[in-house]
Ligand binder design. Structure first.
Ligand code: ARG
Length: 462
């Protein structure tokens, strides 16, 4: 026999072993087995309801697929690389097990709509898992903001000391980012959650398939409209990996902040030893390797996004084997993000803000300068002028090695007649954090509002 594959009868030569190994995807798409089995059972049920196979055949197919599924789950199944991919492996095993009825499973179906279906079911579940992980990380950050959110600290722009804030405000900035990541995922999920099955190889089928029924059995609220697009669309993969990329980017910023905050020079936070590593040579070291890996792995997730976009570029319609290259990149992006989110949440739950170290440095960097300029504004001075005045006062303080709050009252009244002793209430970082008035600002009052919002928001399910 020239070849032993049921789908290769028109070939006259046995496939070259290089080709066998080159074309296979079973080594990595086997993780889709449960989706493939669930999709096949739904397809077979629909075929039986449409009279395309008998009820008896359906029962045999269902039982056979379920047995194969449990063997795979138990790790007892041996995957044959010559069957190429998870779809053919399962079908071949089914035929070997139940005989002729198994040969009817592929009625009105192609691997092209089958793989699109499996990937959509997988992507849908992963989107939900990532959403939960993001929510857990948000919850960890909100808990931390409740417990250690009152530490007065500098905010930064250009990594230079800017204005004073309280630590909870800093933490909740990340909660906002992860909320947008969740919302992006929820939106992408709508386009993931569309059933392609019943589109066949490219043009549909002359058999009376009930696509709506199969979709309903698999909990898809929507059936795709165009068979060509259904089997050649990988936008949903790109969107999912894009969502992973923005979340990874946010994680990398948090990781970078904390790597800096952990340095002796900053000393803002202490990470538990459980999440640090030492050096093979320098015995004193506590290194933030987990944070560095989170930062580094972001590149891997972006790499997957660029791979997918490039893989899809210029592919003629409709299905091409290029698309098999989507899987490893998708799996890697999702696995990487999941691991990073989980470890980040665990680290957030053990971190401590070193209030003593942070407050030691609060007098450096004139954090209250902007508040002073705004004080002059409230006395009637145009902001551009008050900005200049404070710039001069800062230069004067720098020369004398003092802070703005140590200037005598005349230093302020000589610049602005209506200034009085109340100016000192807006000087010093802690005072500033109590004086913020605009909503969303970095102060004590605003943190209370934000925490109330997030406590409520996170108690809801998305
Ligand atoms: N393993 C293939 C993939 O991942 C399945 C589809 C194969 N279809 C085909 N016509 N060769 O894309």
């Amino acid at each position: 026999m020239a070849n032993n594959k049921s789908w290769q009868s028109r070939m006259t030569a046995e496939q070259d072993s290089l080709a066998v190994n080159f074309v296979e995807s079973i080594s990595y798409d086997k993780r889709l087995f449960q989706y493939d089995i669930d999709g096949s059972i739904a397809h077979a049920r629909m075929l039986s309801e449409q009279g395309l196979i008998t009820n008896k055949e359906f029962s045999a197919i269902k039982k056979g697929l379920e047995e194969i599924g449990s063997e795979m789950k138990a790790g007892k199944f041996s995957f044959d690389v010559s069957c190429e991919d998870i779809h053919m492996v399962i079908e071949a095993a089914l035929i070997a097990r139940i005989g002729d009825a198994g040969k009817k499973l592929h009625t009105g179906r192609s691997r092209n709509d089958q793989v699109a279906l499996d990937m959509r079911m997988w992507a849908r579940d992963e989107a939900d898992i990532i959403t939960e992980l993001l929510k857990d990380l948000q919850a960890a950050l909100v808990e931390l903001a409740h417990k250690q959110g009152q530490v007065v600290m500098p905010s930064f722009t250009h990594l230079q000391r800017a204005q004073p804030i309280i630590s909870g405000h800093y933490l909740l900035a990340y909660v906002e980012m992860f909320q947008r990541d969740r919302e992006r995922l929820a939106d992408a999920r709508k386009r993931i959650n569309v059933s392609p099955i019943g589109s066949g190889a490219v043009a549909g089928s002359t058999l009376p398939l009930d696509r709506k029924r199969t979709a309903e059995l698999l909990e898809f609220p929507v059936v795709s409209r165009n068979s060509i697009d259904s089997i050649s669309d990988r936008d949903f993969c790109i969107e999912l990996v894009f969502c992973c990329s923005t979340a990874a980017m946010h994680l990398s910023r948090l990781a970078e902040d904390w790597i800096i905050f952990m340095t002796e020079e900053f000393g803002f936070i202490r990470l538990s030893d459980a999440f640090c590593t030492s050096s093979s040579m320098m015995p004193q070291k506590r290194n933030p390797d987990m944070l560095e890996l989170i930062r580094g792995k972001t590149g891997r997730v972006y790499g997957s996004l660029v791979s997918l976009l490039t893989m899809m570029k210029s592919q003629p319609l409709a299905y091409n084997r290029d698309m098999q290259e989507d899987k490893e990149r998708m799996f890697d992006a999702v696995d990487t993000l999941r691991a990073s989110l989980a470890i980040m949440a665990a680290m957030v739950r053990t971190v401590t803000f070193r209030e003593d170290r942070i407050s030691d440095g609060l007098d450096r960097g004139f954090l209250d300068a902007t508040a002073l300029a705004e004080y002059f504004v409230s006395c009637g001075m145009p902001f551009r002028q008050s900005h200049q005045v404070v710039g001069r006062l800062v230069a004067q303080c720098e020369k004398q090695g003092i802070k703005l709050a140590q200037l005598p009252l005349e230093a302020f009244t000589s610049e602005c007649v209506s200034a009085d002793a109340s100016v000192y209430k807006c000087l010093d970082p802690a005072n500033v954090t109590r004086s913020y008035k605009s909503s969303g600002a970095g102060g004590v009052k605003q943190l209370k509002d934000q925490l109330k919002f997030w406590d409520k928001q996170l108690s809801k399910s998305l």
